[in-house]
Design a protein around this ligand. Structure first.
Ligand code: C5P
Length: 216
């Protein structure tokens, strides 16, 4: 069985201030989620499982499952409907600018030496750690990556970490961090910064501009 995509789309998207769930907000003329589905299909991924908010249906040809309370719970629910692939890709529906090239690059980077590979962009800002507003230190930017999705896993590795308690999963803001916490090896795949996550109304506007630019 070829790689299976698990697209999590069950978040409410409160910071976007939209009426409905973020993944179904229109972006470039269609529900945001559909851009990601197209990118995975164009990369040859045939089976796509989507974790959904209550009352919403998966795009045609995808398998829909009910999402969970937190993001990782939605990943676990989607994994449950993946079937028996050797490799799974986890992707946030909130990243509609993912491309087939990014999906292909991430799939190609998963080797037997690692447990997971993650799309990430090199950090360009100077980053400081602060206690409240008091700066504690300046971080070494050359070692920092802004992490994106897709994140690609050997299915056995992801299933292993997803078997942990709900509370452990709830604390994770991405899935690779669960692998890292268990001593697993994770590699970054350098990706363009424009594979950003749509969180705010400004992000949505920017995503629409990028999509319009790509269509020209
Ligand atoms: O809220 P945030 O943008 O960080 O969510 C990242 C992704 O996780 C989104 O695509 C969202 O739909 C998904 N999610 C989910 N289930 C949740 C929370 C978030 O599928 N309970």
């Amino acid at each position: 069985m070829g790689p299976v995509a698990l697209i999590v789309a069950a978040g409410r998207g409160e910071r976007l201030g939209s009426d409905g769930p973020k993944a179904f907000v229109r972006c470039g003329g269609r529900p945001m989620l559909e851009w990601s589905v197209d990118a995975f299909r164009a990369a040859g991924v045939e089976r796509i499982v989507v974790a959904l908010p209550a009352g919403y249906e998966a795009p045609a040809g995808c398998i829909g499952v009910s999402g969970g309370a937190e993001r990782s719970h939605s990943v676990r629910a989607a994994l449950g409907a993946a079937g028996d692939p050797a490799v799974v890709l986890v992707h946030d529906a909130a990243r509609p600018l993912v491309t087939a090239q990014i999906v292909e690059d991430c799939l190609a980077a998963l080797t037997a030496e690692v447990d997971a590979v993650i799309a990430a962009a090199a950090v360009t800002d100077t980053l400081k750690e602060a206690d409240g507003h008091d700066v504690v230190r300046t971080l070494d930017r050359s070692r920092l990556w802004a992490v994106q999705t897709p994140q690609v896993f050997w299915t056995a590795a992801l299933a292993g970490v997803m078997a942990q308690d709900d509370a452990v999963l709830a604390a994770a803001t991405d899935d690779a961090s669960l692998i890292e916490a268990g001593g697993g090896r994770v590699r970054v795949v350098p990706c363009p910064r424009d594979n950003f996550k749509v969180t705010t109304p400004e992000d949505l506007r920017l995503a629409e501009l990028v999509l319009a630019d790509r269509a020209r």
